[in-house]
Design a protein. Structure first.
Length: 373
């Protein structure tokens, strides 16, 4: 049975190609065109219908419509058809929610996720990816490789030439990647998420805002892009950008935060956007110890919303759509596996959410805001 799977995939690809071209197909014509029995074509149509990719009709199949709900309700209880390998740079902060989203989507599709942890290192990324591919057990890869520093072009070219397709997760390779296989990706729109934070602070009267970026984070470049764009559109100064990690476990974090606070006073900064939650909580604790009131003396917005609600006061935070990114990556990979190379390449941005809490709305604004209703 395992030997027949590649041939079945080829038939599915050709069947979907004809269906997209004509809108409908007939069993007899497909059997003649592909040189197989009508029973084989009926089985192919049934398999694709169970995944919601087409609708079975008498004598053939059509593209699904919004009125057809039966494929989603009719899942086979058979063993998973595919196994998808997933390599992430961390198994703790940020990434568990992405992995959970991928696993929930995989369960819905009836496929397995084979997870491997890496580190923010290209050599380790290659090692873990190669182990998955050489095992012969995976038909696709969800990858979050390190795209910082030298060797990025070689790494992307290597991934693009692998024997199985890959979808990048929370990573965006350079716009032009001349690889044998088109590279697809899905990630949070961090730049727009940062804009949400700046526009929120601006709406509550802040005109001198600062940005603290976590040193070495792949997200920082996107956040910086969103920062400069928002400041330009709102006619705000954009020169207060600090690239330092200031979480409680960083040696010398108090001295670093002290320097940031001194600069805030000199530059009359009234609000800070801080990446990520541990750094923002560290800043909040320092300000409170120094007798500053949050948000009256300094408004704070965190970027990540992993533990921002645990701070005192609870921190307003931008929440990247981590679970949705994981689910979307699996959906993208399943479409690629079922439809093949003829499927158009997808590259998807998912919008973060701004969760407003007590750290960004001053007492004066709260008093002036009439109660709802």
């Amino acid at each position: 049975m395992a030997e027949e799977q590649p041939f079945a995939l080829q038939r599915h690809e050709k069947l979907m190609e004809r269906l997209r071209l004509h809108g409908a197909v007939r069993v007899r014509e497909l059997a003649d065109a592909l040189g197989v029995s009508e029973l084989t074509i009926r089985r192919d149509i049934a398999a694709l219908a169970d995944r919601g990719l087409l609708t079975r009709v008498h004598g053939g199949a059509t593209l699904p419509t919004v009125l057809d709900e039966t494929p989603a309700r009719r899942r086979r209880a058979s063993a998973p058809a595919f196994t998808i390998g997933m390599v992430v740079p961390s198994l703790d902060f940020y990434w568990p929610q992405v992995v959970n989203g991928a696993r929930s989507a995989a369960a819905a599709h009836g496929v397995h996720i084979q997870l491997r942890g890496s580190s923010y290192d290209q050599a380790e990324d290659r090692r873990q990816i190669l182990r998955l591919v050489e095992s012969g057990q995976v038909q696709g890869l969800l990858l979050a490789p390190s795209l910082e520093g030298p060797g990025v072009a070689e790494l992307i070219d290597w991934i693009g030439g692998l024997s199985v397709p890959a979808v990048f997760v929370e990573r965006e390779p350079p716009r032009w990647t001349p690889t044998p296989r088109p590279l697809e990706w899905v990630r949070s729109d961090h730049a727009l998420g940062l804009e949400l934070a700046v526009r929120h602070l601006h709406a509550f009267g802040h005109r001198r805002i600062g940005l603290v970026l976590s040193k070495g984070s792949p997200t920082s470049a996107h956040l910086a892009a969103g920062w400069h764009r928002a400041c330009e559109e709102l006619d705000l100064p954009d020169d207060f950008v600090v690239r330092e990690s200031v979480a409680l476990n960083v040696p010398g974090h108090r001295e670093i935060i002290g320097g940031i606070v001194d600069r805030c006073r000199r530059d009359r900064i009234t609000a800070l956007v801080v990446h990520s939650d541990p750094d923002a909580i560290s800043v909040a604790q320092y300000l409170t110890e120094q007798g500053a009131s949050i948000p009256d003396d300094m408004a704070l917005v965190s970027y990540d919303d992993e533990v921002a609600h645990l701070a005192h006061p609870a921190l307003t935070a931008v929440r990247p759509p981590k679970t949705t990114v994981g689910r979307t990556a699996v959906d993208m990979m399943m479409a690629r596996l079922l439809e093949g190379r003829n499927r158009p390449v997808q590259r998807t941005l998912v919008l973060p959410e701004l969760v407003i809490r007590a750290s960004s709305i001053t007492s004066s604004w709260q008093r002036e805001t009439p109660p709802a209703g």
